[in-house]
Design a protein around this ligand. Structure first.
Ligand code: SAH
Ligand code: SF4
Length: 439
């Protein structure tokens, strides 16, 4: 999401005549786009600001700025107390960034940290380098108020872009040859184009997106388990180019903890949803997010989390230690799971998930998969790397028929927990494969 926001910022600045340099010492303005989701993300930014101070010492007119969620939260600390930066601009004020830079260039502090109920940057064209994969933010903010989460405070209320503008952006990406686009939002299932008289929802958006270019894969993230509708599940099943991959964060396997987290679903509801999706979308795969060591989490709660991992058998998971965030409801609860216990539990979660990912990948040996060729593999120019519909990387020996951006059918012959290996079988046209992709 931050990378997508950075592209919006670049779009705004490029229009004003700014250009990007990859040499920090050449820059007149250095902007750090920041995240507040966990404490270590914030600590890293303090480290980066420290490093950039040397740059500023050599070039005092350099404008050093902080964008994003930390700007919102740490404005006082960064600008007034530590005087570490010249500029702080939060996620809803990027439109005015050129003004704030001018203020900073004139020697004052540029500060814009107001949140908006309406800003979606609907009309801003993000600056994207040519390539195959792109993100499109379809909504901003979040109204869920999970008790551990700082997002509703740093990114404000939920609001959606118009369906029309998203489809236009997709059409432009298709013309430029992009083949894999991810629609982004904190809770995409709450997407609603209220300005349209038909009140179009996320399933309508996905359906329209799938039709733009049948050779373009569409992904989306993140879905909240409370809001996935049957209509959405049927829509994913209906369109071959809507990827059969759902990122569905569960956070914990214990109903008591889920309630304390204000996640508004139970384990039973979650598992029913998974079962339903598996029936309606053949071959669907899931990934998840897990938080370990939320306040009051007992050994039994932890075992329940291990249990849900084993039951669902996710393809992958993002796993975190609970990190108290100021301003959230959970911040007022005692952070009573000791650090060593959090670490131990997290390691158990990681080990189990690692084993499941390995087994699931090994189950694919001997099967055919369709991959989008993304380029050479990281390790060798004798191999190409591509991704499956379910977001797994496959490495294939190169031959003179295979080009970047081709869709090819491969046979999987080897698997680790993170990567599949395969052999080339044939080229395919995604739009002609139709239902075969989901079979
Ligand atoms: N909107 C998405 C999540 C966005 S944040 C959703 O609701 O699923 C991405 C992930 O960061 C969350 O799913 C959660 O697992 C993790 N996270 C958020 N706040 C956290 C905190 N205070 N401590 C640890 N992990 C956290
Ligand atoms: Fe945070 Fe919950 Fe919103 Fe996700 S749904 S962004 S975890 S408040």
């Amino acid at each position: 999401m931050n990378l997508a926001d950075t592209e919006i910022v670049l779009g705004i600045l490029k229009k004003q005549g700014y250009d990007v340099t990859d040499k920090p010492e050449e820059a007149d303005v250095v902007l750090l786009n920041t995240c507040s989701i966990r404490e270590n993300a914030e600590q890293r930014i303090y480290g980066r600001i420290g490093n950039l101070k040397t740059l500023k010492a050599n070039k005092p007119e350099l404008v050093l700025g902080v964008l994003g969620c930390m700007a919102e939260r740490l404005r006082k600390d960064l600008v007034e107390d530590k005087k570490a930066v010249d500029l702080v601009v939060g996620p809803d004020e990027y439109r005015r960034l050129p003004e704030y830079i001018d203020i900073a260039l004139n020697g004052d502090k540029g500060i814009g940290v107001k949140l908006s109920r309406t800003e979606t940057y609907d009309d801003i064209e993000p600056h994207r380098e040519d390539g195959l994969s792109a993100w499109i933010s379809v909504m901003r903010g979040c109204d869920k108020f999970c008790t551990f989460c700082v997002v509703p405070f740093t990114r404000g209320r939920e609001r959606s872009r118009s369906l029309h503008s998203i489809i236009t952006e997709l059409e432009n990406l298709s013309v430029r040859g992009f083949k894999d686009v991810t629609l982004l939002g904190q809770n995409v299932n709450s997407y609603l184009d209220e300005e349209n008289e038909l009140s179009l929802d996320f399933a309508d958006l996905l359906s329209a997106a799938a039709k733009v270019d049948k050779n373009m894969r569409i992904r989306f993230s993140t879905s909240h388990p409370q809001d996935i509708s049957d209509k959405l599940i049927y829509t994913i099943a209906e369109h071959p180019n809507l990827c059969n991959y759902i990122h569905l964060p569960v956070q914990s396997g214990s109903n008591r903890i889920l309630e304390l987290m204000n996640r508004t679903y139970t384990v039973e509801h979650y598992l029913n949803l998974i079962e339903k999706a598996k029936k309606i979308i053949p071959g669907v795969s899931f990934s998840t997010d897990i938080i370990s060591g939320f306040p009051t989490e007992t050994w039994e709660d932890h075992l329940a989390t291990l249990e849900i991992l084993k039951q669902v058998r996710y393809d992958g998971a993002y796993m975190f230690k609970y990190s108290p965030r100021e301003g959230t409801k959970a911040f007022r609860m005692e952070d009573d799971v000791p650090e060593v216990v959090k670490s131990k539990r997290l390691q158990e979660i990681i080990d189990i998930q690692h084993q499941i990912s390995l087994e699931k990948n090994q189950d694919m040996i001997g099967k055919d998969e369709i991959i989008l060729v993304e380029g050479f593999s990281k390790k060798s120019n004798n191999f190409i790397a591509g991704r499956t519909d379910t977001n797994k990387t496959v490495i294939v020996p190169i031959n003179d028929k295979i080009k970047t951006s081709d869709y090819i059918r491969v046979k999987i012959n080897k698997a680790t927990s993170g990567t599949l290996f395969g052999d080339y079988l044939s080229h395919i046209q995604l739009e002609k494969e139709g239902i075969a992709l989901t079979a």
